[in-house]
Write a protein that binds this ligand. Structure first.
Ligand code: MSP
Length: 671
């Protein structure tokens, strides 16, 4: 994206449902947003940037969650909204506002926007019949469901509903939306998400049901309080409503000619942001957002994060042990923005030790120790007429080149690339120190040693600023140890040699203390326990399964509880065979996965990767017979090729493996 480095900059996160305490996925979005906006603050000035996050507190899902806790919805949402705020504090998030959809300032704007759209003739009343998923708070089409009429995201049966509803004339905006995508080809990024949205709109838009009358926890429809406004219409409006109570804030919305809002969202909610939201704004005659920036999803050990799997990662526990900065670094460094990524505690510890403790932390430690030893703890700057070599010109040029790479990466909204570039400079600093060897030079040429150490301190100052958007708290400490007073010399680095002659360094505690293997074990155990605890807490707060509501005509029961019938021909499409386990081993860094080598007799040998590590130690699997689905399309799991699926027993939780009841030769078919 061609973000200019002057003028206002407005970035938002999705507002999170308060049905649950925040996990690493929510933290990821908020950290990405915080890093981008901190960078923009450095470049444009603090007042030019506005970073918004908040909570989505209305809707049936939350009404039910509160009922289950025997709380009023307001008490319930207050409780969890507070958890979000606390978490963002722990993670050093510097948001300019925190909008909650139950605030009056928001509700008023939602009603006003509704009224404007209604006055344009874009809202009408009708009946709606459809399949509703409470988890998504959305009607789904039959073609998008999994067998058994399950929602593909929530794996729960959808509910058949028929109710009176207001509709928004979304179909009327189909052409204008397509014009928008043609005119602003990067309206959604990455590009493949833009293509998905365009294809969706081209396939024809249906009007959108925008009110509900089956529950009351929402913003009343103006003039018809029997209905509440559809939670997505309510929620999307937050991006605009949060700016409306002060003129200086309102300016961040931009204009028709120069739209400003960048909505950072997870890939699963792009459609709401790139289709419904701009159409609503078009109808109301308001400026559109500048961009919908979609990021990928984190899985954990190769699997979707979910409470039933018990693999929900708690960002607070991690940042308390490693520092918020370390957690921020890891999530930003591990995956390019827009791609999916897999979270593993091992990878986190590995990056922590090698990149933060060894590369960056050591550079600071060694340099400060030498400055204390050889230079009485002060930076001794070279004189301006010193030779380029003494001034560390090569290092300076490298640092300038890295700054340019960081600028380019951030303009493209690719913070991970920026981090890569910055860490190449960290390594360069270590090499410079090794090669120039001030510890030897000090014996023969003390002035020369002073200059080398000065250059390293100056490099560290540049690094401290470049890395500040990513790791604000640890970088503030780094700069403090360099003797730089809070708020000075923290602007974007451009002049080499700004660190003042005579600055006294203040070596303090190690930035990122190395974690030895014993401590690693301890931490892994602790985090797993914290995960279990969070899981129990979340389950206590989780909404109950959908139940019929008292005041409305009882909705029909969930469409189907078990899978639909199939013909024998369907079954025959599955190639099921008995297979003997030749070898089995754990997949490094993937707690749940085993790599299994199988003998299928006349059908040869196969490698599969199976999520069964919790069931059995790999050694005890060797020699056993299992059942393999052989003609499943091969896939990469945990980075390894898997050609088939070992059949296991159990619904959500694994209970055992399917196996023949007697000895049969490997390769025997199931029928
Ligand atoms: N309330 C809606 C959003 C309304 S915005 C007008 C919602 N809330 S949510 O609580 O479900 O949060 C969804 C967002 O959380 C995702 O879009 C993404 O930003 C973040 N994530 C939740 N789980 C995630 C992962 N596993 N991985 C990465 N981000 C994820 O949808």
């Amino acid at each position: 994206m061609s973000a200019t480095s002057s003028g206002r900059f407005y970035l938002t996160t999705p507002i999170y449902y308060v049905s649950d305490v925040p996990h690493i996925g929510h933290a990821y979005t908020t950290i990405v947003g915080d890093t981008i906006t901190r960078y923009e603050r450095l470049r444009r000035g603090k007042d030019q940037v506005f970073y918004l996050t908040g909570t989505d507190e209305h809707g049936e899902k939350l009404e039910r969650a509160a009922q289950a806790k025997q709380m009023s919805p307001q008490t319930f949402v207050d409780l969890i909204a507070e958890e979000y705020k606390k978490t963002w504090q722990i993670l050093d998030i510097e948001n300019d506002d925190f909008i909650r959809t139950t605030e009056t300032r928001h509700e008023q704007v939602v009603q006003k926007l509704w009224q404007t759209i209604a006055d344009r003739g874009d809202i009408y009343s009708d009946r709606y019949e459809g399949l509703y998923c409470v988890g998504c708070e959305n009607f789904l089409l039959e073609k998008d469901l999994l067998p058994g009429n399950l929602c593909p995201d929530h794996k729960r049966p959808v509910e058949k509903r028929s109710e009176e509803s207001y509709f928004f004339r979304l179909s009327k905006y189909q052409d204008r939306l397509l014009e928008l995508y043609a005119k602003v080809p990067d309206f959604v990024s990455p590009q493949r998400r833009m293509n998905e949205v365009r294809t969706f709109v081209e396939s024809g838009l249906r009007d959108l049901s925008v009110s509900r009358s089956s529950f009351t926890w929402g913003v009343p429809v103006p003039g018809d309080p029997r209905h509440v406004i559809y939670v997505w219409i309510d929620a999307l409006t937050n991006y605009y409503s949060a700016l409306q109570d002060r003129p200086d804030k309102a300016a961040f919305w931009g204009s028709h000619e120069s739209p400003l809002a960048i909505h950072l969202v997870g890939k699963e909610i792009v459609r709401f942001h790139a289709v419904y939201w701009p159409a609503m704004l078009m109808s109301a005659g308001l400026p559109l957002p500048r961009k919908i920036l979609a990021h990928g999803w984190w899985t954990v050990d190769g699997e979707k994060m979910s409470k039933t799997l018990g693999n929900v990662v708690d960002p607070r526990a991690l940042s308390q042990d490693l520092s918020a900065s370390a957690l921020r670094y890891f999530v930003m460094r591990e995956i390019p923005l827009g791609e999916d990524g897999d979270f593993s505690y091992d990878a986190l510890l590995q990056r922590y030790n090698s990149e933060l403790a060894n590369d960056l932390g050591n550079l600071l430690n060694r340099s400060l120790a030498m400055v204390e030893k050889f230079c009485e703890g002060t930076a001794r700057r070279w004189s301006s007429d010193a030779s380029p070599e003494v001034r560390g010109e090569r290092l300076h040029q490298r640092a300038l080149a890295v700054c340019a790479q960081v600028e380019a990466a951030m303009a493209e909204l690719q913070p991970q690339k920026a981090l890569e570039a910055i860490f190449s400079l960290v390594r360069e600093g270590n090499t410079y120190l090794e090669q120039e060897a001030p510890f030897t030079k000090v014996k023969t040429d003390p002035r020369g040693a002073d200059a080398i150490l000065y250059n390293v301190l100056e490099l560290l100052r540049w690094l401290g600023v470049l890395l500040w958007p990513f790791m604000p708290e640890r970088c503030a400490e780094l700069l403090r140890q360099l003797g730089i007073a809070d708020g000075t010399l923290r602007s974007w680095p451009s002049t080499w040699g700004e660190l003042l002659d005579g600055t006294t360094v203040r070596k303090g505690a190690t930035l990122f203390p190395r974690i030895d293997p014993d401590r690693q074990k301890e931490l892994l155990e602790k985090w797993r326990a914290a995960r279990r605890e969070a899981e129990q807490k979340a389950q206590a707060l989780a909404p109950p399964p959908p139940a019929p509501q008292a005041e409305q005509p009882a909705p029909r029961p969930a469409v189907v509880e078990s899978l639909p019938e199939i013909a024998i021909e369907d079954f025959k499409k599955l190639e099921l065979r008995v297979a003997k386990v030749l070898s089995a081993e754990r997949v490094p860094k993937k707690d749940r996965l085993l790599k299994v080598e199988l003998d299928l007799g006349p059908l040869g040998k196969r490698q599969v990767v199976a999520g069964i590590a919790e069931l059995t130690a790999p050694e005890s699997l060797v020699g056993k017979s299992v059942v393999l689905l052989c003609n499943l399309k091969p896939a990469k799991i945990g980075g390894l090729l898997s050609a088939g699926m070992i059949l296991a027993l159990g619904d959500d939780k694994l209970l055992g493996l399917a196996a023949p009841d007697r000895d049969v030769p490997p390769g025997t078919a199931l029928r």
